[in-house]
Design a protein around this ligand. Structure first.
Ligand SMILES: *Cc1c(COP(=O)(O)O)cnc(C)c1O
Length: 423
């Protein structure tokens, strides 16, 4: 597969005159076409709803675009709940899929009409204590244990994952919750991450649909929705095959008809909590080449660092790089593309073949739209970058300003030291 930037060099040059590099740039057109496709792929299910995993790209301007298509928000913390409330999420619009949850967050989620997704059976008690009641609708997170396999091998290892309830526990939880007066139930599981095979959701759906039918039969609980959570991946590498969301939707449809319909459960809504799939390909880190170094290897130093995009340093993740304006030049130079952190893993690429990079060249680091900016941090006193939205008509908008030194020192404002900084 070929990877082309969603912006031209001319447009980027125009933006960088106004907003200095580095920054994350998002492609509104790509975001819209993709959410439209997702909705179409699941249109066979009248109750279908995507709850965007806010942690992937916690920017209200981005969430607002998805809200136009009826998406809700999947939240895991107080600030994500606050963001969702601020963009107008009301009853039924928030899935609170948290774990190791502070009690007061259950209360906040409940008060804004969010659906609580219980990660553990002990949370029934803490939720009831803090709410003073049980909500009418409750979701439980499931962990089947063992290893999760698809036809191309082991995908992940739920037996080692901290999330969810065991099979025995989820039956017990449903009985307890039903007795306490819960009317509508949901089931959730997240068993593998960044899967580009079309098989993941249908296979997960099969496991959850069978469980739902059995839970319904044995406890009498009414299961209103099944939440397939996140996990659909994107092609980071040129030779990764992208998933076909229409095949994924149809695959889930088939198991729905095979398992839920004969069980008399044809009113179950399908929910998703996608993050990477919704935004990943529609964001890029834009950075400028500022140093070249010729020692035992050839290095290109850029003005971004791992604080702006942690995935390569953290998991050795591949992010494709385009040198803007040199899209069709031969890749006959071998470089390590690095940031300035005092950590030797601060490398966006190792031994990457690229066209010759000249100082001042703009680099487009692909697929940073999800789990990119949001995983940023302040090590070495680095400041978080800006985020910019490229609109469909070619205009652009600053949707988050870059952090300043003043922001960095703000949490020292109660110390005498702060005054010497002169802000
Ligand atoms: C992270 C997360 C998601 C989103 O995962 P993606 O891999 O971005 O699709 C969804 N649900 C929960 C509970 C998560 O923790």
């Amino acid at each position: 597969m070929e990877k082309r930037p969603f912006v031209t060099l001319d447009k980027l040059t125009e933006i960088t005159k106004d907003i200095p590099t580095p920054f994350h740039l998002y492609d509104e057109k790509g975001i819209r076409r993709n959410v439209e496709a997702l909705k179409k792929a699941f249109s066979w299910n009248p109750g279908f709803k995507e709850f965007f995993a806010v942690k992937a790209t916690p920017n209200p301007f981005i969430v607002d675009i998805l809200r136009e298509y009826g998406c809700g928000c999947d939240c895991s913390s107080m600030t994500e709940l606050m963001l969702s409330k601020a963009v107008g999420c009301g009853p039924g619009d928030v899935m609170f899929s948290s774990n190791d949850t502070p009690e007061e967050e259950f209360l906040f989620a409940h008060q804004m009409g969010g659906i609580i997704n219980l990660d553990d059976i002990t949370h029934i008690e803490s939720m009831e204590r803090v709410l003073g009641c049980v909500p009418e609708t409750v979701c439980c997170r499931y962990n089947p244990g063992g290893v999760f396999t698809l036809s191309n091998g082991i995908m992940d290892n739920p037996g080692d994952a901290k999330y969810g309830m065991t099979t025995d526990q989820i039956f017990e939880a449903f009985r307890i919750l039903k007795e306490k007066g819960v009317k509508q139930f949901g089931i959730h599981a997240f068993l593998a991450s960044n899967t580009t095979t079309n098989e993941y959701y249908p296979r997960l759906a099969e496991i959850l649909f069978k469980l739902a039918a059995e839970l319904n039969r044995k406890t009498g609980a009414h299961i209103a929705f099944i939440n397939l959570s996140g996990g659909i991946g994107i092609p980071y590498r040129l030779d990764d095959e992208p998933c076909d969301i229409f095949k994924v939707g149809e695959g889930v449809h088939q198991v729905y008809d095979k398992i839920l319909v004969p069980a008399g459960m044809d009113d179950v809504s399908i929910y998703t909590e996608l993050g990477r799939f919704m935004l990943g390909p529609y964001g890029a880190l834009i950075t400028k080449a500022i140093h070249e170094k010729h020692i035992h290897k050839e290095y290109i130093g850029v003005d971004a660092c791992a604080c702006n995009l942690m995935r390569p340093a953290m998991y050795g993740a591949y992010h494709h790089i385009t040198v803007m304006g040199k899209e069709d030049d031969p890749c006959d130079y071998r470089y390590d593309v690095v940031g300035s952190l005092c950590e030797n893993n601060d490398k966006f690429a190792i031994d990457r073949m690229l066209p010759r990079v000249d100082m001042g060249d703009l680099l487009f680091i692909h697929d940073t739209g999800a789990h990119g900016f949001s995983m940023g941090y302040n090590y070495n006193g680095k400041l978080r970058s800006a985020e910019v939205l490229l609109h469909e008509d070619g205009s652009y908008e600053l949707i988050r300003r870059a952090e300043t030194e003043k922001d960095y020192f703000a949490t020292f404002d109660c110390f005498p030291f702060y005054k010497k900084l002169g802000f």
